[in-house]
Design a protein around this ligand. Structure first.
Ligand code: ATP
Ligand code: MG
Length: 556
């Protein structure tokens, strides 16, 4: 087969490449990421971030971070700060940090110029009347009785709106386009509304605010954005985007749409995420079950794994649902390379090695990461009394159970081969303790015993072990596709999405663990220390299990 592995361009890259080839942008391309600061960023935003910054990086352009803060009702500085730290954490550097609110005066002047051209008017109709006169997609709308106001009257009224002379809802400014236009967005869309609400940046300076459609394109144009990329639902807004720029005769930005990322078993709208925070379905925006960037980071996701995920899913022109197991696959792949392997026992049962001297401790040297030998070795103490995983012992083991049971042999990871001699039960029938003997010549790395065992199990030395809390996370929602669910989607939150293990034991090296740093609990999964940890109380988050369901799916 021919070795033509050069990755094909996605449709946006093709557009940019063609534009550059045609010499349209000798200064280079300019993109922007335009979040509204009304919530924390989620993995869908990561897609948009990777796309906007990625395009500029690939073609030698620049990217602005622009806060689309035209709706003072829902926006807060806390959100601005979190967005900045999330974009930076994902590994991207913006050219300028900008705010649509920086442009309020200029946007106001744009509106004045459209009024002067006879292309905008002040309408006193109520919101209901405006809606009623709008028509339907198949029937034309009706002109507002205020549509033919003179330019002078419109200028005076618009200035009075700005001066705070009218209450909320009393008047709006509308573009004068065509009430019979087949695209409903072109039927005299609103440009400004009155809102006597303080803004998180401009305070009480303004009581009229531009609508998204009259702010976004104008901001793009002022910044010299060449490719304004947004999600598919804005497709129908594009004629209006172009109309305003055209009538204002300002720099021509172009809007392009791509399919938003939808992920299975979760929700992806800030409004719904906020609802879960407010209703305390989750502990906050960064509850590790949330699809927000801050939650994924807290849970142990790396920025590289998220960028890699965004790259793998590609850029589509049609909405689709991505299985969350692909995201899990990406983090597993990354952590496999970088996480140290350590031992933790989640459901401990005591194992006593009868022929090991009481009071003796042995410092075993264990490889940190066999995938990356430069990570070296660490000391793991071994002694006569250990904890092993309850599920690694069976009183009556079936044939292919390569772990521990009466008479069976197994290797203790990094240590010795042991033989199970007998066990004791509690009064409820559960296993109380297991007694075994070790084979001194079988020490890992210098094994001369000649014995071959099929299984290796993990363990911790009881006198050295550190108790820890472990939080296991599972899918947030029990339904795969939540896109059709209404606000009652919270009914579908997976009751097992959080399981807390209070009484796990981890090897002593983990007393030094750093918050957020990934480790693999061998045979269990990838974990990291949570910020809820306190001296004497370690809390670990399970980032992802080891089980590779995605790869299995792929092979089907
Ligand atoms: P939400 O509904 O979650 O509030 P939004 O689109 O209103 O999302 P914005 O803050 O306006 O959020 O979005 C900033 C940018 O991120 C926009 O360009 C938007 O199109 C993009 N974006 C938002 N959600 C997704 C998603 N799920 N997939 C891809 N891009 C997205
Ligand atoms: Mg929005």
């Amino acid at each position: 087969m021919e070795e033509s592995k050069s990755k094909s361009l996605n449709f946006l890259e093709e557009i940019v490449q063609a534009d550059l080839a045609a010499g349209k942008y000798p200064q280079g391309i300019f993109t922007r990421f335009p979040p509204e600061p009304n919530g924390y960023l989620h993995i869908g935003h990561a897609k948009s971030i990777c796309l906007n910054f990625g395009l500029a990086q690939k073609f030698g352009g620049k990217t602005n971070l622009r806060f689309d803060d035209t709706n003072p009702m829902t926006e807060e500085t806390e959100y601005v700060d979190s967005i900045k730290s999330d974009v930076a954490w994902l590994g991207f550097e913006w050219e300028n940090e900008l705010y649509a609110s920086n442009y309020f005066e200029q946007i106001y002047q744009f509106a004045v110029s459209l009024i002067k051209k006879g292309l905008a008017y002040v309408d006193d109709s109520s919101a209901e009347d405006i809606a009623a006169l709008k028509g339907t997609p198949t029937t034309p709308g009706t002109n507002s009785p205020y549509r033919d106001r003179s330019v002078d009257e419109n200028l005076a009224l618009f200035a009075a709106m700005r001066n705070g002379e009218f209450p909320d809802g009393a008047k709006v400014l509308r573009a004068k386009i065509d009430m019979a236009h087949p695209n409903m967005h072109m039927r005299d869309p609103l440009m400004y509304r009155i809102r006597h609400v303080p803004h998180h940046r401009t305070g009480n300076q303004w009581c009229i605010y531009p609508m998204y459609d009259f702010a976004h394109g104008q901001s793009d144009s002022m910044e010299g954005i060449t490719h304004s990329i947004c999600t598919l639902e804005f497709d129908v807004h594009r004629p209006l985007y172009d109309w305003f720029i055209n009538k204002l005769e300002i720099f021509t930005s172009h809007q392009y749409e791509f399919a938003r990322l939808n992920l299975s078993h979760t929700v992806m709208s800030k409004r719904k995420l906020l609802q879960m925070v407010n209703e305390k379905v989750v502990s906050g925006w960064d509850d590790p079950r949330m699809p927000t960037i801050s939650a994924l980071r807290r849970r142990g996701y790396t920025a590289a794994s998220i960028r890699n995920f965004c790259e793998r899913i590609g850029v589509a022109k049609r909405d689709n649902l991505i299985d969350i197991s692909l995201l899990e696959f990406c983090i597993r792949e990354d952590l496999n390379k970088i996480a140290d392997r350590v031992m933790a026992v989640m459901d401990p049962v005591k194992l006593i090695i009868s022929n090991y001297p009481e009071g003796q401790t042995e410092d075993l040297l264990v490889e940190n990461n066999p995938e990356d030998l430069v990570t070296g070795k660490r000391i793991v103490p071994f002694s006569r009394e250990l904890y092993i995983e309850r599920e690694d012992f069976m009183v009556e083991p079936p044939k292919k159970f390569f772990r521990l049971g009466p008479g069976l042999q197994v290797r203790l990871k990094g240590a010795y081969i042991i033989t199970c001699d007998h066990f004791e039960l509690n009064s409820d029938g559960s296993v109380k303790e297991i007694h075994a003997s070790y084979i001194p010549e079988s020490k890992s790395g210098q094994d001369t015993s000649g014995i071959h065992v099929k299984g290796t199990i993990h363990w911790v030395s009881i006198p050295h072990a550190v108790q820890a809390e472990v939080r296991l996370f599972d899918r947030l929602l029990i339904v795969e596709d939540a896109s059709e669910l209404g606000d009652d989607f919270v009914k579908f939150v997976n009751p097992e999405s959080l399981q807390i293990i209070e009484n796990a034991f981890v090897e002593p090296s983990l007393a030094e663990a750093k918050i957020g740093e990934a480790v693999q609990f061998i045979r269990k999964g990838y974990y990291c220390l949570d910020r809820d940890s306190k001296p004497g109380h370690l809390v670990f988050n399970r980032t992802v299990t080891l089980k590779d369901t995605w790869a299995k799916e792929q092979k089907k």
